[in-house]
Design a protein around this ligand. Structure first.
Ligand code: SAH
Length: 347
């Protein structure tokens, strides 16, 4: 099946050209798809009826159907489980900040990385998401919340840099002024540390934000917490790539660090982390781990989190503590999808 919503303008022109259509039709269709975000070709009223019919047969539109929504009573954060046409399910999160709506997008159905604190990897990887499935998460969440999208973070389930081609397409259309038109600076992608793609990303989208999930200050500890990510690319190599990127783009990198009680939240961890990141243009985002029932990990206590932060700051490192959004709705990645796959009631 042809997936027109994943096509760039040039690809759409080639596809419609192959059908004998004039170039302006591609511009019209692209606008219907990415600006007006139609859910059926019937809405594309300036296209000839015969073309609409042919498209609906040859290139059915990717649309996501919500299976369940969990909404936080604390801060209105909404997590939506969407059904994909092939029966897979993915999660997207709407976060309401002072600056407006931020959408957290999944890049894969499931994940093969197996980080010990994360629910996304419990069932392994099902498949990569297409660009249209990523775009649709943004469009569907915006429609659901009745609000324009101000920020997109690729921090949902999956490892975006193991789905780089589709991610690239997604970001190209999302930030195209004639497409969705989001400013590249308002996009952040989070990776567990796929070094070659980190370098590609900095070259392809130098204005976009990059977050690297670090979670440990040494190779040995990182292997315990995120075995596949750390096994594939060593910590030295990862930090080297991060330094290169900050020098190339002039932009700060965010290091995410999930604090797990008794595992990586000690004073010596903070000291080792400070030494590792010394002099780098970066910020460390501390995330008190959101305990996933299946993972049996302890939340850090509040004093340890404060101490950890202070230790880093004393060494001149910028630190933020992630604002907890939607903790009453299983905020952590993959939890809703995982429970749904076991047939549990989700809303
Ligand atoms: N694979 C990418 C993107 C997905 S995870 C990556 O590893 O960065 C997005 C962020 O949420 C990561 O920093 C991840 O470590 C964090 N996260 C996942 N599960 C969590 C949990 N149970 N508690 C706290 N943070 C979690």
């Amino acid at each position: 099946m042809t997936d027109v919503k994943s096509m760039t303008k040039a690809e759409l022109a080639a596809y419609l050209g192959g059908m004998g259509e004039k170039p302006f039709r591609a511009k019209q269709l692209y606008e219907w798809l990415q600006v007006h975000r139609i859910r059926s070709y019937e809405e594309a009223t300036n296209l000839p009826a015969a073309l609409r019919k042919r498209l609906s047969e040859e290139a059915p539109l990717t649309v996501l159907a919500p299976l369940a929504v969990q909404r936080s009573r604390i801060d209105n954060t909404a997590k939506t489980l969407f059904a994909l046409p092939d029966g897979e399910a993915i999660e997207s999160v709407a976060m309401h900040y002072r600056f407006g709506l931020s959408v957290c997008v999944s890049s894969q159905a499931g994940c093969d990385r197996g980080c010990i604190f994360c629910a996304s990897g419990i069932g392994g990887l099902s498949r990569n998401l297409t660009a249209s499935e990523m775009l649709e998460q943004v469009y569907a969440v915006s429609a659901q919340e009745g609000e324009a999208v101000k920020r997109v973070v690729v921090m949902g389930s999956g490892e975006p840099f193991l789905n780089y081609e589709n991610l690239h397409r997604f970001l190209t259309i999302l930030t195209d002024k004639e497409g969705f038109g989001l400013g590249t600076r308002h996009v952040t992608v989070s990776t567990c540390g796929i070094v070659p793609r980190i370098l590609d990303f900095a070259r392809d989208f130098p204005q976009a934000g990059l977050a690297v999930s670090l979670h440990a200050p040494t190779q040995e500890k990182r292997e315990r917490i995120m075995p596949r990510a750390a096994g594939d690319y060593g910590l030295k190599e990862l930090i080297g790539a991060a330094r290169t990127v900050t020098e190339q783009t002039g932009r700060k990198i965010t290091f995410e660090y999930a604090l797990i009680g008794g595992l990586n939240d000690g004073e010596e961890d903070a000291r080792a982390l400070a030494a590792l990141l010394k002099g780098m243009l970066c910020v460390v985002n501390l995330i008190p781990v959101n305990p996933v029932t299946e993972r049996r990990l302890r939340e850090p206590n509040k004093t340890d989190v404060r101490e950890f932060k202070k230790n880093l700051e004393t060494s001149g490192i910028n630190v933020t503590i992630r604002r907890e959004m939607g903790r009453d709705i299983d905020g952590a990645c993959g939890q809703l999808r995982h429970r749904n796959s076991r047939g549990e009631r989700t809303c």
